[in-house]
Design a protein around this ligand. Structure first.
Ligand SMILES: O=C(O)CCC(=O)C(=O)O
Length: 205
């Protein structure tokens, strides 16, 4: 996707990637390569990563991908049927949050980080419509590290929309996206650099 493909026309209004029932806006790279690489290193070494546990069809699974959960306060968040307690933001993560907010205009109070050490780790189809999140609120996903494909699938029609998330790029999902669309980060056999996604969220508390 080139820079001009992101906009509907000359008024710089971002294109909604979803044809119906939701809104997803790709802002492209909001961090330069050196800054994104610096934040990637900091995230990998300084965030408290642990394997995610989730209940899928009543069975508990442990994911290869690791997660880390931060918020304005040490609040609980129920995600994939499992309740996690947030840690309070380190300074650099709060700094990144401010950069994301200034690019999209949405304000976030929490962040779920995902750490994929290679292309063999991914995220299966899911939606983030948990009751702990503000209904129809925004989720801002910042990519640090290896570029990966990201896909949406409509829950009723099965329509798919895919894009590549570049190093330092921001994707915003909002409106009724989580109610109507699933999203995934497919695994790949390609040799991909480690990747962290910081998914900034609006939690009710
Ligand atoms: O790693 C990504 O970009 C996807 C993260 C995501 O969508 C989620 O945490 O629900």
């Amino acid at each position: 996707m080139t820079y001009t493909d992101l906009f509907e026309n000359d008024d710089m209004k971002l294109i909604n990637l979803l044809p119906r029932d939701g809104a997803a806006y790709y802002h492209g790279k909001i961090l330069d390569t050196a800054t994104a690489a610096m934040y990637l290193d900091k995230c990998i070494s300084e965030l408290s990563w642990e394997h995610d546990r989730a209940f899928i069809y009543g069975k508990e699974i442990v994911t290869k991908r690791k997660i880390a959960w931060y918020a304005d306060e040490p609040v609980p968040y129920t995600y994939s049927g499992y309740t996690k307690m947030a840690l309070v933001w380190p300074v650099f993560l709060r700094e990144i949050k401010q950069v994301v907010e200034s690019n999209c205009g949405d304000v976030f109070n929490s962040c779920l980080g995902n750490f994929y050490s290679s292309g063999e780790e991914g995220m299966s189809w899911r939606s983030d419509a948990e009751k702990d999140l503000v209904e129809h609120g925004a989720i801002g996903a910042l990519t640090l590290g290896g570029e990966r494909k990201f896909s949406f699938k409509h829950k009723k029609t099965g329509e798919k929309v895919s894009l590549n998330l570049e190093q330092g790029s921001l994707l915003i999902m909002k409106g009724t996206t989580q109610q109507n669309w699933l999203h995934s980060l497919p695994k790949t056999k390609k040799d991909i650099e480690p990747r962290v996604s910081l998914t900034f969220r609006q939690l009710r508390f």
